[in-house]
Ligand binder design. Structure first.
Ligand SMILES: [Zn+2]
Length: 123
């Protein structure tokens, strides 16, 4: 998970990466304080883990959006011929159902990411 805090010197965001999904575990591994170096002003300082916040991951959003934007048209192209060959409305509905999958994956990824961020920030 990507975490952020403000540099004590220049107030720029300092980002760090951790596998811990909540603050309590993260604290256990770091003893409340963490040494971070600002990329902008190169100052190293000790930061309280209580002031570190999680943000929603851009990578998760990009992956989710790609699955949605690529998956939906690909499925539509794949199913297009079948949809017009079938005269049964129910069969058409069944064929259209897979088109929901990319948007379902999209919303699951976004939802999971938001939950992780919330879990970290409230713990
Ligand atoms: Zn700085």
């Amino acid at each position: 998970m990507k975490l952020y805090t403000k540099c004590s010197t220049c107030m720029t965001d300092i980002s760090l990466w951790t596998w811990y999904s909540d603050r309590i575990d993260f604290k256990k591994s770091n003893k409340d304080f963490i040494n971070l170096t600002c990329k902008k002003c190169k100052q190293t300082d000790r930061y309280n883990i209580d002031n570190v916040k999680a943000k929603e991951s851009n990578t998760a959003q990009i992956i989710a959006l790609s699955i949605f934007l690529i998956g939906t048209p690909v499925l539509l192209i794949f199913l297009w011929d079948y949809i017009f060959k079938i005269n049964n409305i129910y069969a058409i509905l069944i064929l259209i159902l897979p088109l929901i999958v990319p948007s379902l994956i999209y919303s699951i990824i976004i939802k999971n990411d938001r939950q992780r961020v919330r879990l970290f920030n409230v713990s």
